[in-house]
Design a protein around this ligand. Structure first.
Ligand SMILES: Cc1cc2nc3c(=O)[nH]c(=O)nc-3n(C[C@H](O)[C@H](O)[C@H](O)COP(=O)(O)OP(=O)(O)OC[C@H]3O[C@@H](n4cnc5c(N)ncnc54)[C@H](O)[C@@H]3O)c2cc1C
Length: 266
């Protein structure tokens, strides 16, 4: 293992091997995988919703081929690499043991989802990079997400600095996917269970909550693209006086398409 800890700025290429230590079905929708990591690194405690680029083994060879850096020190991404990389959030990080926990939402098809359902102790995948676009400031955070953002939102709420104000609006697939979070008087969390009779419940809840008394707001979202589009448009219209940076809403996945086949922001 490298003795020197890798220092993480906004985004850092780690190119390290993760080895499965434990696999646990933690709820109807989630499989938690605990990994050891063959390189030492820290995660900035001020990062909001830090995320990982995971590299899965080539299905034909079973090999993990880490990307090389180009002349500008950026990852050279070709189509083959794109097909084997998926974005996931840090659910938990233990800096003492250098172990990382990832919660995989299960769905029928998909490289990562299928891998997680078959994962066993000793299996390996790659970790290309760790990144976060945002750090905690004194802005009031408004976190919004579907099942795919539960890990990112829970991690962030569990690491909130004292006095940081936050609202969270989370839609899960099953009532047992809800997570109990630490009591914090500065935080208001609302959970919803997906309901075909109430397809707009998440947007409606965000829109009907009075956030105007908070002068500095930061809207963060991670969810399926069409839901992201509705929420993005609704909050931008209602809070039109805020700067574009106050809206950080990402398409975490897109119905019918694999990661790499759609844009995360649009
Ligand atoms: C920054 C970031 C952080 C993320 N963190 C997490 C995380 O911690 N946990 C997590 O579970 N997801 C997370 N996601 C979402 C995850 O990257 C996508 O769900 C990804 O598509 C899963 O890859 P896959 O190989 O399983 O499916 P893909 O091969 O990408 O897609 C195959 C099929 O599955 C469908 N699909 C993909 N995701 C879902 C889903 N959640 N529910 C139903 N159908 C789906 C697609 O529409 C497609 O039809 C994150 C995304 C981003 C951008």
């Amino acid at each position: 293992m490298d003795k020197q800890k890798i220092k993480l700025n906004k985004k850092v290429i780690v190119n390290s091997l993760l080895t499965v230590l434990k696999v646990e079905k933690i709820s109807p929708s989630f499989i938690r995988v605990q990994f050891s990591c063959d390189k030492l690194f820290d995660i900035n405690p001020l990062w909001i919703c830090p995320h990982l680029k995971l590299l899965f083994p080539d299905p034909l060879t079973g090999k993990i081929a880490f990307p090389k850096l180009d002349d500008n020190n950026k990852i050279a991404i070709d189509d083959k690499l794109r097909q084997l990389v998926r974005s996931y959030s840090v659910r938990e990080f233990d800096s003492v043991t250098n172990q990382i926990f990832v919660d995989f939402a299960i769905h029928d098809t998909g490289l990562a989802s299928v891998w997680s359902q078959k994962a066993k102790v000793g299996d390996q995948i790659g970790l290309i990079s760790i990144a976060s676009k945002l750090q905690f400031t004194d802005d009031c955070l408004v976190l919004m997400g579907d099942i795919s953002a539960v890990p990112a939102i829970c991690y962030t709420l569990e690491h909130l600095p004292k006095k940081q104000k936050a609202f969270a609006f989370i839609e899960v697939n099953h009532s047992n996917d809800m997570v109990s979070l630490p009591d914090n008087k500065n935080v208001a969390v609302r959970w919803f269970v997906q309901n075909s009779n109430a397809p707009h419940q998440l947007v409606d809840a965000v829109m009907s909550t009075n956030l105007l008394e908070h002068d500095k707001l930061l809207f963060w979202g991670g969810m399926e693209r069409s839901l992201a589009q509705s929420i993005r448009q609704a909050v931008k219209n209602k809070y039109a006086n805020l700067s574009p940076d106050a809206f950080q809403i990402t398409n975490y996945w897109r119905e019918g398409l694999a990661e790499g086949e759609f844009k995360h922001r649009e």
